[in-house]
Write a protein that binds this ligand. Structure first.
Ligand code: ARG
Length: 572
C-alpha cells in the first residue's frame, strides 16, 4: 500500500464526518511537508465555512497518530502531513521484502489488445512507426506485469491497391533480385520505383490494375508473389524490432490481410443494422457527433464505389474480432495523432453496431511527431524519410563511443552491450519522457547526456547501486530494520514508497512521462542521499539500513526501466 492512499484512507472518514458526505481528501506530494491535502479549500464554499476551520476540524477527527509525526493546518486551509520515520521505515521494509516492490497484480485481469507498430509492407518504417513501437511496447510490458492478458497486434499494412504495382515491379526485377533488395531493407527504393513506373508507364499501370483484381480474386500465383513481398518485409521489420529490443515477435503480425474474409460480413452486419447510407456511390456510416468544419456530417466509408474495402472497413472488422472472438475489454491503438479522427469515427460506429459495449472500451493512444534539430519534421540529409535502422545504429555507435571513453577498461563485448543498452535506451527514453501528445525534438547531445532526465542518467544511478554491492561483497539483508534519521534518507524513502501509485496511474492513462519523471526524481533523491550519507563506512545498524535503501532503489530503477523496455547494465 502506498503512502498517498494510506493517508487518504485515514483522512476520508474525517472529511466525511465534517462534510456530512463522502469527500476525496486529495492527498498530494508537497514541497512544504511530505504530503498535503487541499480538500478543505474545495469544501469551504459548499459548507459556507472558512477552509482553515474545516481543516482544523478534520485534523481533530483524523486517526493519523501512528502514521504522522506532524499534521498542521497551513496557508489558506491546507493540511500538511509529515510522515513519522518509523511508519515510513516500516513501509520501506515491507516493500523490500516484496519481490513485486509493493505493486500487487490486478484483482481483475483483463484481456487487452495493444495495436502497435503497424508498418507498411514494402515501405520504409518511419519515425512515426518508431514512436508507436516504443510507446506500444511500454504499454504491453506494463499491463502484462500488472497481470493482464496482453495480446500484441501488429496491424501491418499488407493489403490494398498498391500491391498491384508492387507485384508487377517485383516481376520486372525478377524474384531473386527483388528479394535481395527488400531483405537489405531498401524498402523505400522499391516502393518509389514501382510508383514512378505506375505514374509514367501506361502499360505498367494496366498490368498493375489487373494484378489487384487477381489478388483480390485469390489467384494462387498472385498470392504467392504477394506472400513473397510480405515475408521479405516482415523479415526486415523483425531485424528492426531486434535492434530496438522490443517484445514484438513474428507471432504478433496481424496484417490487414488477415481480416480479409471478415470484411464482407462486417459490412453486411452494418447493413442489417440499418446503419449504411449511400453517398457518392460508396457505402458509408455517418456516426453521430462526427461533423466537419462547417458542421456537415462526416461519413466513414466502409465500401468504396468500386466495391473495394479500405482502411476504415479493416479497422472495423479488426475491432469486431477483438471484442468478439478474442473477448478483449480494453483496446489500445498506439497510432499518431493525425489518425485521431479516423479512430473516433471507427469507435463511434463500433458503439452503434454493438461491437464496443461496456465493459469493453477503445482508446486511441495518440502521439505527436519526432522533429529534427531544426524543429521541422525529421528528414534524412537527402530530404527523404529517415531510415529507422540507420537511426538506431547511429544511437548505438554514439553510445558505444561514449562508454569506451568513460570506461576504457571495458572489454570489447561489454562495451558493445553497454552501447546497445544506452543508445537504444536513450532513444526510447527521449520518446517516453515527454508528454506523448506533443512533438519532440531528436537531440543526440541531450538524450545521451549523463545529467538530466535521460536514460543514461538513470542507468548510471543503477550502476552506482550495483557497484556499492560489488564493493560490499554481499547483498542487502531483506529483514534488516530500516531507520530514517537523516533528511536525505527520509526523502529517498518517500520517493521509494511512491512507486506503486505511479505504476497504477500509468497503467490507466498510458502517460509514460509520469513514470520517467518519477524514476528521475528517485535517482536524484538517491544521488543526494549517497552524497550525504555514507553507506559502506557507516556503523551498524545504520549500514544495514542504508544498504536496504540502496538495494530497493536499484530494484525500483531496474523494474521501472524494464516496464519502459530499457535495459540496466551492471556497469557503465
Ligand atoms: N499501417 C498504418 C500506418 O502506417 C498504421 C496502422 C495502425 N493500426 C490500425 N489498427 N489502424 O499508418
Amino acid at each position: 500500500m502506498d503512502l498517498e492512499r494510506l493517508l487518504a484512507d485515514r483522512l476520508a472518514p474525517a472529511f466525511a464526518a465534517v462534510a456530512g458526505g463522502p469527500v476525496d481528501p486529495a492527498v498530494r506530494r508537497s514541497q512544504h511537508a511530505d504530503f498535503q491535502s487541499d480538500a478543505a479549500l474545495g469544501l469551504a464554499r459548499r459548507l459556507g465555512r472558512p477552509p482553515r476551520e474545516i481543516a482544523a476540524e478534520v485534523r481533530e477527527h483524523a486517526a493519523l497518530a501512528d502514521l504522522c509525526a506532524a499534521v498542521e493546518v497551513s496557508g489558506p486551509g491546507f493540511l500538511n502531513l509529515t510522515v513519522a520515520g518509523h511508519a515510513l521505515g516500516g513501509l520501506v521494509s515491507a516493500m523490500a521484502a516484496d519481490p513485486r516492490l509493493g505493486v500487487p497484480p490486478v484483482a481483475e485481469p483483463e484481456t487487452v489488445v495493444v495495436d502497435y507498430s503497424g508498418p507498411n509492407v514494402a515501405k520504409e518504417m518511419h519515425v512515426g512507426h518508431l514512436r508507436s513501437t516504443v510507446i506500444g511496447d511500454a504499454a504491453a510490458r506494463t499491463l502484462e506485469w500488472l497481470g493482464h492478458r496482453v495480446l500484441r497486434a501488429n496491424h501491418l499494412g499488407d493489403w490494398g491497391t498498391p500491391f498491384g504495382m508492387l507485384i508487377e515491379h517485383l516481376l520486372d526485377l525478377g524474384e531473386a533480385g527483388a528479394a535481395q533488395e527488400l531483405s537489405m531493407g531498401d524498402l523505400d527504393g522499391f516502393y518509389k520505383a514501382a510508383r514512378a513506373k505506375f505514374d509514367d508507364d501506361e502499360a505498367f499501370r494496366g498490368r498493375s490494375r489487373q494484378r489487384v483484381v487477381a489478388l483480390q480474386g485469390g489467384d494462387p500465383a498472385t498470392l504467392r508473389l504477394w506472400r513473397l513481398l510480405v515475408t521479405q518485409s516482415e523479415g526486415y521489420f523483425l531485424t528492426v524490432y531486434d535492434l530496438l529490443d522490443v517484445t514484438l515477435s513474428g507471432d504478433d503480425f496481424r496484417g490487414e490481410s488477415s481480416y480479409h474474409d471478415q470484411l464482407a460480413p462486417t459490412v453486411e452486419e452494418l447493413d442489417r443494422l440499418g446503419l449504411l447510407r449511400r453517398s457518392d456511390g460508396a457505402d458509408c456510416v455517418f456516426p453521430p457527433g462526427s461533423v466537419g468544419r462547417d458542421g456537415e456530417p462526416l461519413p466513414l466509408i466502409v465500401r468504396k464505389s468500386d466495391g473495394g474495402y479500405g482502411y476504415p472497413a479493416t479497422d472495423l472488422a479488426a475491432l469486431r474480432h477483438r471484442t468478439g472472438a478474442l473477448g478483449a475489454t480494453r483496446l489500445l491503438y498506439v497510432v499518431g495523432l493525425p489518425q485521431r479522427r479516423h479512430f473516433e469515427m471507427v469507435f463511434a460506429v463500433a458503439v452503434q453496431a454493438g461491437w464496443l459495449t461496456a465493459p469493453a472500451r477503445a482508446e486511441h493512444v495518440g502521439f505527436g511527431s519526432i522533429l529534427g534539430p531544426d524543429g521541422r519534421m525529421l528528414r534524412s540529409r537527402a530530404g527523404g524519410s529517415v531510415k529507422l535502422a540507420g537511426l538506431l545504429t547511429e544511437a548505438v555507435e554514439r553510445a558505444t563511443a561514449l562508454a569506451r571513453e568513460r570506461n576504457p577498461e571495458l572489454g570489447e563485448s561489454e562495451a558493445a552491450e553497454v552501447g546497445c543498452a544506452v543508445g537504444v535506451g536513450a532513444i526510447k527514453y527521449a520518446d517516453l519522457s515527454g508528454d506523448r501528445h506533443k512533438d519532440y525534438v531528436l537531440d543526440w547531445e541531450r538524450m545521451l547526456s549523463l545529467d538530466g532526465n535521460t536514460a543514461p542518467y538513470l542507468q548510471y544511478a543503477y550502476s552506482r547501486v550495483r557497484s556499492i554491492f560489488r564493493r560490499a561483497g554481499a547483498a542487502a539483508r531483506p529483514d534488516a530494520e530500516v531507520s530514517l534519521a537523516e533528511p536525505a534518507e527520509r526523502a529517498l524513502a518517500v520517493e521509494l514508497v511512491g512507486f506503486a501509485s505511479v505504476v497504477e496511474e500509468v497503467a490507466g492513462g498510458l502517460e509514460f512521462h509520469r513514470l520517467t519523471a518519477y524514476l528521475h526524481r528517485l535517482a536524484v533523491a538517491f544521488s543526494a542521499f549517497y552524497e550525504r550519507c555514507p553507506v559502506l563506512r557507516a556503523e551498524e545498524p545504520v549500514r544495514e539500513s542504508r544498504l536496504v535503501l540502496c538495494d530497493l532503489t536499484g530494484r525500483v530503477l531496474r523494474q521501472g526501466l524494464d516496464l519502459l523496455g530499457i535495459r540496466t547494465p551492471e556497469r557503465l
